[in-house]
Design a protein around this ligand. Sequence first.
Ligand code: IPE
Ligand code: IPE
Ligand code: MG
Length: 230
Amino acid sequence: MKEKNIPEHVAIIMDGNGRWAKKRFLPRTFGHNEGAKNLKRILTHAKKLGVKYLTVYAFSTENWKRSKDEVETLMSLFKTYIKKEEKTFQENDVKFIVSGRRENVSKDLLDSIDYLSEKTKFNKGITLNIAFNYGGRSEIVDAINKIIDSGEKNITEKTFEKYLYNDIPDPELLIRTSGEIRISNFLLWQIAYSEIYVTDKLWPDFREKEFEEAIESFNKRERRFGGINV
Ligand code: IPE
Ligand code: IPE
Ligand code: MG
């Protein structure tokens, strides 16, 4: 890949697992399984290209509306993913973090999350931030409540950011797969100036080549941040 400008932080709305399965007359859960496998590929490739933070939307605060079966599958898939990836994360220097609310998540899953976060906290190759039971609005409301509890006054944008789930830079590039042109309550604060890339590819079909295409598109953008480029 000839492009030089690799974003430090890429965020992805991994959408389209259900449609991927439907196209193959398979249950939606098969799509989620393929989606999890694909995350492994994209994480490896992102690290190889020099991305330092990869945030992926895995379960939204609205996804509880789905059938009990599907919710349970997504919960157990995450648990299995954590178990399976521990070794790979250590070998590849991946720091694992999670953004989201802990409420309604089982103690068992929370323990696994805490275990892997603790185990990988000194890794420096790439940070994988999984947005799980995540909502952009909840994150902002949770931050406000933390600020009230802290008693801190005269909040600025910089101090506000300290109260978000994780203190990491904003994503320069936001990718959404499967063609929906909406944010679905993802990273509302952090994407103020992110470049947005939407592709029709369904998440399980969004491979290394497609990831590079997204970065290529990012490289062609003129980022102005409200100013004027001369
Ligand atoms: C994304 O795929 C994964 C989650 C939301 C958990 P979907 O399950 O939303 O797939 P579609 O949008 O129905 O195809
Ligand atoms: C967003 O996808 C959430 C995740 C990818 C985890 P959804 O499929 O839930 O979003 P909507 O319902 O199409 O907006
Ligand atoms: Mg969807």
